[in-house]
Write a protein that binds this ligand. Structure first.
Ligand SMILES: C[S@@+](CC[C@H](N)C(=O)[O-])C[C@H]1O[C@@H](n2cnc3c(N)ncnc32)[C@H](O)[C@@H]1O
Length: 208
């Protein structure tokens, strides 16, 4: 019974979050306008890098980058249409990250914000293989994925995690295992953004 109610609430949230405006509103409220994410971008990314925002959703993070140097891609055409309309100076394309339509070595930095915990291991590995291909040899990959809520007081964070659609949340070692075939881990740390906890990973190609 309890399980059924949870599934029904999850389904309702999933349907609401399919609407770009509601998806943005939820993220802005729960993550205090992406405070933690913006801090990591400012700390880790050089503004002149050519950046791929892989699984960019509604494109809310694009404003942190120079428009001419930024490309956002996502599988969800509704999100991409919304992003194109809201940020006409930026490039957005509907694309599957397991089959990136870019040549080898196209980007200095690839940002993967909360995407892999929606993918099973096989899909995540196909994405990482493509990331390795389109990243320049000295490029950087910046990934953050949901982590288990640290603070016992963060009840909202715990509820969000229960309701999260991502069915493949891994612990830190689980993520590290995914990366090691193609990448070296140069840094990893925790990040809190509003009510949400994340693992942050900074990677470099292994072929360097
Ligand atoms: C939780 S949202 C994160 C959106 C955005 N990165 C952010 O931080 O606001 C996960 C996104 O990953 C996208 N996604 C999942 N699998 C994908 C794939 N194979 N190729 C491209 N995008 C994908 C989903 O469509 C969704 O927009």
């Amino acid at each position: 019974m309890k399980h059924n109610i949870l599934e029904i609430i999850k389904k309702i949230i999933h349907e609401l979050a399919e609407r770009p405006v509601i998806f943005n509103l939820l993220r802005r409220i729960l993550e205090f306008n992406y405070r933690g994410e913006k801090r990591v971008i400012r700390d880790e990314i050089t503004v002149y890098d050519r950046v791929l925002d892989l699984g960019c959703g509604t494109g809310e993070l694009c404003k942190e980058f120079i428009s001419k140097k930024y490309v956002g891609i996502d599988l969800n055409d509704l999100y991409i249409r919304y992003a194109k309309e809201k940020y006409p100076d930026y490039i957005f394309e509907t694309m599957d990250a397991t089959q990136l339509q870019f040549s080898d070595n196209s980007f200095d930095t690839i940002l993967i914000s909360g995407v892999l915990h929606h993918c099973n291991n096989e899909v995540a590995m196909s994405i990482l293989k493509e990331v390795h291909r389109v990243l320049t040899p000295n490029g950087k990959v910046i990934i953050w994925e949901d982590a288990l809520t640290c603070s016992k007081m963060n009840i909202v964070g715990r509820v969000i995690q229960k309701l999260d659609e991502g069915e493949h949340i891994l612990d830190k070692d689980g993520y590290l295992n995914l990366f090691h075939l193609y990448f070296k881990i140069t840094k990893s740390y925790n990040m809190v953004s509003g009510f949400c906890d994340y693992h942050v990973f900074i990677l470099e190609s292994k072929s360097n």
